[in-house]
Design a binder for this molecule. Structure first.
Ligand SMILES: [Zn+2]
Length: 177
């Protein structure tokens, strides 16, 4: 299956989703969510919805360290928990393959994490469940205005305005509040 974030109709956890704050496992620190999660099978091919440049790509055994950043002159688009198929400084066009969804060895459901930041960021540090700021999470006591100061935006709003610019309507179903 090949799909872009524009066509992912159901989001399991959204930006700053309240339900995300409940740790799914013992010992896991609570955190706020800096993006949208879309549940898909391992191996699902993620294609780009933007023209841009790859600022960062990393693939490691730990799923938390496998992600890439695509800059499209307006936002850095973060694609997490994937095996990137793009390399740093490489050009990306709409429809190009960005990466493939990886499995979580810890039993977490395989998914794409998609985040958006206004700043051109080469790396923001990984979301290591430590409760600090990372590419996917921030401390539980922070708010959307705190996140905004660091350039983080609600991806749903960004996708909606990008779609509107093309005369389309973006819609997504949120599974958790
Ligand atoms: Zn996520």
């Amino acid at each position: 299956m090949r799909i872009s974030v524009f066509d992912m109709g159901t989001c399991s956890y959204g930006y700053f989703s309240q339900d995300y704050r409940t740790p799914s496992k013992k010992g896991e620190k609570v955190a706020n969510h800096l993006g949208m999660d879309f549940t898909y099978a391992v191996g699902t091919v993620i294609i780009s919805h933007v023209d841009g440049t790859c600022l960062f790509a990393n693939n490691e055994a730990t799923n938390w360290n496998s992600y890439c950043f695509i800059w499209n002159e307006s936002y850095t688009h973060i694609f997490g928990h994937i095996e990137p198929k793009v390399s740093k400084d490489g050009a990306v066009k709409v429809g190009d393959v960005i990466g493939v969804i990886k499995s979580f060895p810890d039993g977490t459901t395989s998914h794409l994490h998609y985040g958006v930041n206004r700043n051109k960021i080469a790396d923001f540090g990984h979301a290591d469940k430590s409760g600090k700021w990372g590419w996917g999470r921030c401390p539980v006591d922070k708010t959307t205005s705190d996140a905004d100061k660091y350039g983080w935006s609600d991806p749903r709003m960004v996708l909606a305005s990008m779609a509107l610019a093309k005369g389309k309507i973006y819609s997504v179903k949120l599974k958790h509040k």
